[in-house]
Design a protein around this ligand. Structure first.
Ligand SMILES: *Cc1c(COP(=O)(O)O)cnc(C)c1O
Length: 394
């Protein structure tokens, strides 16, 4: 130890990610590094794959972590499934649908946009119209849990529509995995990607992905080589692959994989359904507190994500100043608005390990104190009793 060491402040992370990482996962990260082709590491890779199959609710053997953050999982899905000239229907109801569009374009494909308002779910009626109007489309892409707005779309229905029109379904599940119902096989999703730093509460920097048989067939029958060497699933599989001997492709982030394994073990120990129920229960308590305070949600009730609560900033509150004081005085991070919603909303995450009662009371107490002190228009003192009532009712 020297004065030059970096010692991060102890924060409570209730933004859009990264979320709080529990000590058990951080301890796993600090275990001795071994070779990435060491037989012990290869055995760990197999365990990670099977735990990921559980988390995604899939039996697909093409399920693995990409050694890079959620954005790389997104890119892996698009570069492998979209070829030059392909038409892809892309749904956009927030920031991340816009990135899907970028990906399609960079693969040489043609995106056909289905736009919905920020804060709304993707409208299946509009998607069906687009699929009918573009019978040559080869894929449908949408975000299951739009972290920029807190809206959840009906993945099962959208995938069904895609298949009815001979399209593959590419789904962003970065914020849904582990936090809200997601059933990859039952819903017949063809390509899905997630991230470790949201509801898995693991360190940022890894992206679990899974591809269906239909998607594997599309990849195997491409007319053009995948434009990205690093994300070419044909090559990645030789490293993460099935029965054959592992071949060097890249050096997996060995210690980060220990952490991912630990986080997936924790999810399995809790049980996926229990984790979904916990996220929902805690959302109800936070919601009761925020609404009692006088803040309103920007997403309609049936489409609200329990793990990402977007509320309007009340009159008389200075967005940046409030978030600054929460961080300085309460060591609490909440999320700012993104894109169209910048300066208009706060995004309060209850993701993974951060989704617990003590975080709800910390957040409501801190918000109440800072907003009251600033003279913002809120019902001071109302939030905590309202949340505690819900928490007590279990
Ligand atoms: C966070 C997020 C991403 C990107 O993940 P990174 O780990 O930041 O690269 C993609 N899609 C959604 C919906 C997200 O919330």
């Amino acid at each position: 130890m020297s004065d030059n060491n970096f010692h991060p402040p102890r924060r409570t992370l209730m933004g859009p990610g990264p979320s709080d990482v529990p000590a058990r996962i951080l301890e796993a990260l600090g275990r001795p590094t071994i070779g990435h082709l060491d037989p012990a590491f290869v055995a760990l890779m197999d365990e990670i794959k099977s735990l990921l199959q559980y988390a995604f609710q899939t039996e697909s053997p093409l399920t693995m972590p990409i050694s890079a953050p959620g954005s790389a999982g997104m890119e892996a899905c698009f570069v492998n499934l979209v070829e030059p000239g392909d038409k892809v229907i892309v749904c956009q109801n927030g920031v991340f649908g816009g990135r899907m569009k970028e990906n399609v374009e960079r693969c040489g494909g043609t995106p056909v946009m289905v736009m919905d308002a920020w804060g709304s779910a993707v409208d299946p009626g509009k998607v069906e119209d687009a699929l009918k109007a573009h019978p040559d489309a080869r894929a449908l892409a949408f975000v299951h849990a739009e972290t920029s707005t807190g809206a959840q779309s009906d993945a099962r229905t959208l995938v069904e529509l895609a298949h009815k029109h001979d399209c593959l379904a590419i789904v962003d599940a970065v914020t849904s995995l582990g936090g809200t119902e997601l059933r990859v096989d039952e819903w017949e999703i063809d390509a899905v990607y997630s991230g470790t730093q949201k509801c898995l509460s693991c360190v940022p920097g890894i992206s679990p992905v899974s591809f269906s048989e239909r998607a594997q067939h599309r990849i195997a029958n491409r007319g053009h080589r995948v434009q990205s060497w690093f994300l070419d699933m044909n090559l990645v599989m030789a490293y993460w692959g099935g029965k054959t001997k592992r071949a060097y492709h890249h050096t997996a982030p060995v210690n980060a994989m220990y952490a991912l394994h630990e986080s997936l073990l924790m999810l399995k120990e809790e049980g996926l359904e229990n984790a979904w129920a916990r996220h929902y229960r805690n959302h109800l308590a936070l919601r009761a507190g925020l609404e009692a305070m006088g803040l309103s949600f920007i997403v309609d009730e049936p489409h609200r994500l329990p793990q990402l609560n977007a509320v309007s900033i009340p009159a008389g509150a200075d967005d940046a100043a409030v978030r600054g004081r929460l961080l300085e005085e309460h060591n609490l991070e909440i999320g700012a608005g993104l894109g169209d919603l910048a300066g208009k909303v706060w995004r309060i995450g209850l993701m993974g390990h951060a989704s617990r009662p003590e975080n709800i009371t910390l957040c409501l107490g801190a918000l109440d104190a800072v907003l009251s002190d600033m003279g913002a228009e809120i019902n001071a003192g109302a939030a905590l009793p309202a949340a505690e009532k819900v928490l007590a009712a279990g």
